[in-house]
Design a protein around this ligand. Structure first.
Ligand SMILES: NC(=O)C1=CN([C@@H]2O[C@H](COP(=O)(O)OP(=O)(O)OC[C@H]3O[C@@H](n4cnc5c(N)ncnc54)[C@H](OP(=O)(O)O)[C@@H]3O)[C@@H](O)[C@H]2O)C=CC1
Ligand SMILES: CCCCCCCCCCCCCCCC(=O)[C@@H](N)CO
Length: 359
């Protein structure tokens, strides 16, 4: 008996099986597992090649549209706290000045400046272009553009005035295209920059009451994906943020006319504070992440709706691969519960209408 046969018979004796061939499936499984581990390790080794270098906010020029209120103002504060120079863009001058004072409280050195510019980002491209030019002359080329100016209107499809559909596309979509168009050439020349679009969880999923709002936020994703493919070789990174309901003057205004269904469905992912949302968004933009989500529901929604969006870290890609099926399963339950909210509200409405008639 050769020593090899001796070894295999020892193993087979030990495992109480009569032929080592029976071990073959396990050996194959081990080999496959080893390959997967090696593949993942290799991916991590090349990950510095695909992840962008973080942007230094200290001394950078950050333009925030919609920076006079809510999420935009919190983003401005967060960047200012990290040493950035800020240009706030919005229409109302009084609100701009008030916001400037609030942001200035968070200075970390005496060189920092907050500039205010009053313009409607959605109406006339040449106006937007000229104010961005002014801002660049005063504070230098834009390192990061935050497109946060936006408006939310909710209501049943037939209740929303027809002109509101156009208005929302103008402010939420074109109002992001114009400032981006005004900074992109300089960014490409400098081969650096960050562009952020503030979409919404309602830009990842269409919901009752958001027939006018959701499309304007979905549009940003299409813009962001296309633009990112064009400008990645120029070292410019795009981030799309998908916040849930956030306690801002904008949300208070929207809530005045929000259908009950929309309220109940939105409650699923709760209400956030603007400072908390801003911290996450700014961190993701600095790191150059394409996707920025808030909270566990936000995380699941983003993994589930990643589609063909660019991937900015190996971990993110692996998480998407592993979790997608599971999250779709969970999503089916959510969808079922949303449908039942809508059905219950309809029945209730009809009952109260019938009661009104009887009186
Ligand atoms: N709050 C929320 O629940 C959520 C909000 N979002 C999105 O985040 C963004 C900010 O929302 P939020 O902070 O609630 O909004 P706010 O209403 O609190 O602030 C909106 C800001 O945008 C400015 N703005 C509006 N229209 C224009 C315009 N045409 N041109 C220039 N500036 C304009 C406003 O200033 P002025 O009116 O003076 O121009 C203000 O500074 C929006 O895009 C919104 O859709 C996304 C998810 C959740
Ligand atoms: C695995 C699947 C998980 C699914 C979770 C689904 C959660 C849906 C909640 C959607 C909330 C929409 C908030 C819109 C906020 C907004 O943009 C306006 N408030 C602006 O003012």
């Amino acid at each position: 008996m050769s020593s090899e046969e001796g070894l295999s018979s020892t193993i087979t004796d030990w495992l109480f099986i009569n032929s080592w061939w029976l071990l073959l499936p396990f050996i194959m499984l081990l080999v496959v597992a080893a390959f997967i581990v090696a593949f993942v390790l290799l991916l991590y080794m090349i990950s510095p090649l695909i992840s962008p270098k973080p942007l230094k906010l200290n001394g950078a020029h950050v333009v925030v549209t919609g920076g006079s209120s809510g999420i935009g103002k919190s983003i401005a504060v967060e960047c200012y706290r990290q040493g950035a120079f800020i240009t706030l863009v919005a229409r109302d001058e009084a609100k701009l000045l008030q916001a400037k004072k609030e942001v200035e409280k968070f200075a970390i050195n005496d060189k920092q400046v907050v500039l205010c510019i009053s313009v409607d980002v959605s109406s006339d491209y040449s106006q937007v272009e000229s104010v961005i030019k002014q801002a660049q002359e005063k504070l230098g080329p834009v390192d990061m553009l935050v497109n946060c100016a936006g408006l939310a209107i909710s209501g049943k499809f037939e209740d929303v005035e027809v002109d509101r559909f156009k208005k929302l596309m103008e402010v939420n979509y074109l109002g992001s295209v114009y400032p981006t168009r005004a900074v992109i050439t300089t960014m490409k020349e400098r081969r650096m920059g960050r562009i952020m679009f503030v979409s919404s969880q309602a830009g990842q999923i269409g919901l009752f009451g958001y027939t006018a709002y959701s499309p304007s936020k979905f549009a940003l994703r299409g813009l962001a994906e296309s633009l990112q493919m064009e400008i990645k070789p120029y070292n410019i990174y795009v981030t799309v943020a998908y916040p849930p309901d956030t306690e801002t003057p904008g949300l208070a205004e929207e809530n005045k006319t929000k259908p009950l269904e929309t309220k109940l469905i939105s409650e699923t992912s709760g209400v956030c504070q603007p400072d908390q949302v801003a911290k996450i968004i700014v961190r993701d933009a600095v790191q150059g992440n394409f996707n920025s989500s808030v909270g566990p529901d936000g995380y699941m929604l983003s993994a589930l709706t990643c589609g063909m969006s660019p991937v900015t870290s190996i971990t993110e890609g692996l998480q998407q691969i592993v979790t997608m099926g599971l999250f779709r399963t969970i999503a089916l339950f959510y969808l079922g519960s949303f449908d039942s909210i809508v059905r219950r509200c309809m029945i209730q409405r009809e009952q109260s209408k019938a009661a009104d008639k009887r009186e």
